[in-house]
Design a protein around this ligand. Structure first.
Ligand SMILES: [Cu+2]
Length: 392
């Protein structure tokens, strides 16, 4: 299987949608290591846990993949934000030489070709964004899917050095408000292998945005993995978001979740779905621990290619959905929440088109293991399924 996937590691022209036969064939094979294989695992697990189960313990591996992906990128990605400060001298000099405003935030981002494990033992020949410098902090450059989550405050001047170390022309196209020349979408804005380009803009409006390559063919450059999350926190004059609670390890309960999919046999359809790339990652012992009754904030973005929509559904609870993150909820201020509730959906399922984003805010009133997943059952069964472990 792996050899078969590797044999497709070079770029191939985007094909029109297949008749679906190849996808069904693939699922018959691939499913044996994911969903179908799980029934065997679950069966033996239930028996092994039988005595404990009667004591109300939870058999943790009823669903998911057999084995684990190597590394912990999805775990780190979930909680990692980069604020690009302070700005190094060479970036300040560059801005001065171009007569640009003095930057408040600086990133150096590289595009790199890199194989990424998207399910245990299944690698995908990705095109990735990696962070080389965050402000004046040097980082070990390693591209990943999604790319790093960039975070700043509304009104800050952002400066980005982009270096294309990949094998194809790429760009970084940011969602937000900016000038034409930094939009990274037109052929004259493509950055060829070995070249670099500097993007600069003022961060606006506040909200939950994304960035992605806008080279052509666009669907190919996106689904290969060139995308990431861009969070602009509101200027305090509009109010501040209620601080998220902390989990039992003292970590802030703010989570970045990128809904994505992977076309592993290049037939124009996804064979694997996930949140943050690795199928079924946050299951079993890797369920996301959250603390009961403390605010959980999820930055939810959909980048899934080939399918018109994706969705997020949480079990046994409801949440507020703040579309594009461009409004502010004030937990604890009941009068303000009541007055402004028309601005927010209160639901247990939210549906997003490709490129749409929503901030989810919620609290869990009960302990236990709570599933969340795409409410397209097929996506859930092909990897986009995960758990919160709610603790006292
Ligand atoms: Cu690209």
């Amino acid at each position: 299987m792996k050899a078969f996937l590797k044999s497709n590691s070079q770029i191939v022209p985007a094909k029109p949608c297949s008749d679906g036969n190849s996808r069904r064939r693939f699922m018959r094979i691939f499913g044996s290591s994911l969903v179908l294989g799980v029934s065997g695992l679950a069966f033996s697990n239930v028996h092994a846990d039988h005595g404990a189960a009667s004591n109300n313990s939870i058999p943790k591996k009823l669903m998911g993949a057999v084995g684990h992906v190597k590394g912990d990128y999805p775990e780190n990605f979930l909680r990692s934000f980069y604020n690009g400060q302070p700005v190094p001298a060479d970036a300040l000099r560059k801005a001065q030489s171009e007569s640009w405003p003095k930057p408040d935030v600086f990133y150096e981002i590289h595009a790199l070709d890199r194989d990424i494990e998207i399910a245990p033992g299944v690698t995908f020949p990705g095109w990735t964004f990696g962070l080389k410098r965050d402000g004046d902090r040097e980082l070990p450059l390693q591209g990943n899917i999604p790319g790093p989550t960039l975070r700043c405050r509304e009104g800050q001047e952002i400066l980005i050095k982009f270096v294309n170390q990949g094998s194809h022309p790429h760009t970084i196209h940011f969602h937000g408000i900016h000038e034409y020349e930094f939009d990274g979408a037109m052929p004259e804005q493509f950055v060829f292998p070995g070249q670099e380009f500097w993007y600069r803009f003022k961060a606006e409006p506040y909200g939950l945005h994304l960035y992605h390559c806008h080279s052509s063919p666009l669907k190919h450059h996106i689904h290969k993995g060139l995308y990431g999350v861009f969070i602009v926190d509101p200027d305090p004059r509009w109010g501040t978001r209620t601080p998220a609670g902390k989990d039992s390890k003292g970590r802030i309960q703010e989570y970045v979740m990128m809904m994505n999919g992977f076309d592993t046999n290049f037939d124009g359809e996804n064979e694997v779905y996930s949140v943050n790339t690795a199928a079924f990652y946050y299951t079993g012992d890797r369920a996301i621990p959250v603390r009961k009754n403390e605010l959980v904030r999820i930055y939810l973005v959909n980048i899934t290619e080939f399918d018109p929509i994706n969705s997020f559904h949480v079990h046994a609870n409801f949440f507020y959905a703040i579309r594009t993150g461009t409004r502010i909820m004030t937990w604890g201020d009941e009068a303000h929440m009541e007055k402004n509730k028309h601005q927010f959906e209160f639901t247990d399922t939210v549906m997003l088109c490709q490129g749409e984003r929503t901030i989810i805010e919620m609290k869990f009133p009960h302990e236990g293991m709570y599933m969340f997943h795409a409410h397209q059952s097929e996506f859930a069964e092909l990897g986009w399924m995960a758990f919160f472990m709610v603790e006292a």
